[in-house]
Design a protein around this ligand. Sequence first.
Ligand code: TYM
Length: 333
Amino acid sequence: MDEAKKTMLSGIQPSGDLHLGNYLGAIKNWADRAENYDCYYFMADLHTITVRQNPADLRRRTLEQLAQYIACGLDPERNTLFIQSHVHEHAELGWVLNCYTMFGELSRMTQFKDKSAAHKDNINGGLFTYPSLMAADILLYQPDYVPVGEDQKQHVELCRNIVQRFNGIYGDVFKMPEPFIPKTGARIMCLTEPETKMSKSIPEGCVFLMEKPEDIQRKFKRAITDSDTENCVHFDPVNKPGVSNLMNIYSAVTGKSIESIEAEFAGLGYGAFKPKVGEAVVECLRPIREEAGRILADKAYLEAVYKSGAERASYVAQKTLRKVYKKVGFVAR
Ligand code: TYM
């Protein structure tokens, strides 16, 4: 590990296929960082079982996700890519941090409230203490930055509270991490219900990275806009949430500013705008889809990547865990 470099870390749950929100809110900002940062990115499989999973699907999606990380530009030689459950220190530090996280703090987490409302028959302890495990994921690697979408900011803030509490008792054990949230793409909304964030739970409003171009185009053509006929392509998230979301997506995939997008489509209607956004997304995702397909076919390569990733991650994670165990008073092995 290069001591002078700062560290970045993030993860995604392989609970569904990766979608445009995951890409624009998170992964896109992970690529191209390896030059300047030590980067750790993982498949957060321990987190997924807070909601029931089909075991065969979970295994398949975890490997697909790894192939897609690589296809999105994360070179495994320069980024540590690993599967969370392969590094047992995550579960161990997660337990310790549970004891430094307050019931009240966990009760305030939006994701817990949303998921317990969605899965009333399975409001388990793991769902509740999920943020302590996420804090452990982060703190094991002492990162400077945690690149995530807007919806994960609350969890990173809670992690910061834990750092303050723990360091307050034991001295400087953990580095204080900062959430790193992109300017465009931090909150991609559902195409059919633009008041809710894009997620796999509404598949018609969600664009998946591996989806066929014609299906992506169809989803954009059917995206909800509004009945405005005067000033169609105008950015106003409160009064025009659907259109503003499409503009955000277009901006994030093309790099164009919101003002230049308004100028580009001035006087044009949604019939011209929506297919243009669809086309830009298709072209942005095409190389990723093709590359991921190639990588996924090479199972031996994927195995080599996740094995060496787990080894590199374990080395760092062990060091932090040893320090923590010593601080809290466990007898050394
Ligand atoms: P997850 O798996 O729900 O989402 C993965 C990443 O994608 C971002 N994201 C979005 N960004 C913009 N618009 C959207 N519609 C959208 N939907 C998802 C999320 O903000 C996230 O960055 N708890 C985490 C996984 C995790 C983690 C960690 C992240 C576990 N341990 C440690 C960072 C560090 C989660 O459930 O993200």
